[in-house]
Design a protein around this ligand. Sequence first.
Ligand code: ADP
Length: 441
Amino acid sequence: MFKKILIANRGEVALRIIRACHQLNIATVAVYAQVEQTSLFVQQADEAYCIGPNTAQSSYLNREAILMAALLSGADAVHPGYGFLAEDALFAKMCAECGLTFIGPQPATIALLADKAAAKTYAHKQGVPVIPGGSALKDEAALRQTAAYLGYPVMLKASFGGGGKGMRVLSSEHELRHQYHLIQEEARQAFLNDAVYLEKYLTSARHIEVQVLQDQAGHLQLLGDRECSLQRNHQKVVEESPAAILTTAERAKLYQLARQLMSGLDYVGLGTLEFLFAEHQFYFLEMNTRLQVEHAVTEMTTGMDLVVTQIEVAAGQLIKSGTKTFKGHAIEVRLNAQAEGGLLATGKLETFRLFTGARVDTGYQEGDQILPYYDALVAKILVKQPTRKKAIEKLQRCLQHVQIKGIGTNLATLTQIMALPNYQANLVDIHFLAHLAGDAQ
Ligand code: ADP
C-alpha cells in the first residue's frame, strides 16, 4: 500500500481523498494556488506545497510544479481527483516517469478515451450503439455533407472537450458555417486541439451511466447505474442512483453493453461509461477515466467507499468480478455559486450552514471566498432513502435548512426542482432544466 499520496486537486474532492487516505492510514500532501493557502483542504493535509499563482493554468494544471511537490514530499502516488489533470495522459505518463503511481488507468488508455471521436469509433467496433455521427472531420465541406446526411439539428463537438464545454447545437447549414470556426478556435484554446466531430442532436434523451471498477488482473465489477439527466449548460446538477426509469431488462442490456465496452480495454481503476438513453435504446456517449463528482450516490446505494477502493486497486489489490447489488435510492444535488444566467457567482460566504441531516461534501466553510478562477461547486448535498419518493421528501426538508448568504446560488432552483410534479414522477430528460430556466436550447 502507498505511504504518502499527493492530491493534485483542490476543494471538495481534495478533502474527499484526504478522508479516504485517513481511513487507509496514508499520509497526504496537498498542493495549492497562492490564494488558497488557508483553504480547508490545505489545513487538513499532512503537508502542503504552494504550486503557483491563482489561475488554474499556473497552479492545478501546472504539471511540472505538481510533480516537483510530489518528489520533494516523497509521495509514492498521485491522486488527480476530477477535472484539472484527471484525464491528462501526458500528466499520467510524467508521473510514471518520475516513479510515481498515477491513480487512474494507463496513459495510453486515458489518451484513447479522452478523444471522444476515437472512443466512439472504439465503441462501435465493440458492437455498442453510438449516437449517429462521424469521426473527427477536417474541413467545413465534409462537415456540411455529414450534417446534411444526419439531418439538422446536429451537435458539433470538440473531440477533446469536457465539462460541458466545446459543444454547440446547430439547427441549419447557415449556423454550421457561422459556428464551425468559432468552435474550432474555442477548442484550440481550451483543449489545445481543434479536432471536432458531428453528432445527431437528440431532442429527447436521458443521461444514464454505469460505474465500473477493474483491477490489474482484469477482474471487472459493475457498481450500479446513475441517472444524471438534470443538467444546465450540459453540466450535471442533480444525480441519482439507481436510474429508476430502467426496467430489469433494460438494466441487463445496459450492463451487457458496459461489459462489451470494457472487454476490449486494458483498463485499471474506476471509470464511468456514459450513455444517452432515447426510445428505449442506449447510445454510448463517452467514458470518464476517473472518479466522478457524483460517485457518492453510488457509495450510498452500494455501501462501498469508492475512493478507498480506487486507491487499493491502484496499489495492486485484487477484486472479485461481478455486479454489486444496490439498495435504496440516493440523490445528490450540486449547490453551485451561481449568478443570473447560470454564470459563476463570486464573493464571500458570509453565512454557510448546512445543518441538514444529509451527507454534505464541501471544500468550504463560513467566511471562505468563492473565487473566479475555479468551478462553481460549493457543496454536494446527498440523501439516501428506501424509495425515490422518500429521498425527494428528505432532500426537500434538508434544502429548507440550508443557510447560505453572501453569494448567489442555485438553492432556489434546487428547491423548485424537488417540488415539480414532473420531476417527482421522473418525467425528465436532458433538456428539462434548460426548459425550466427558459434557456435558448
Ligand atoms: P462532457 O464530456 O463535456 O461532459 P458529453 O459528451 O459527456 O460532454 O455530453 C454532456 C451532455 O451533453 C450529455 O449528458 C447530454 O446532456 C448533452 N449531449 C451530448 N451529446 C448530445 C447529443 N448528441 N444530443 C443531445 N444532447 C447531447
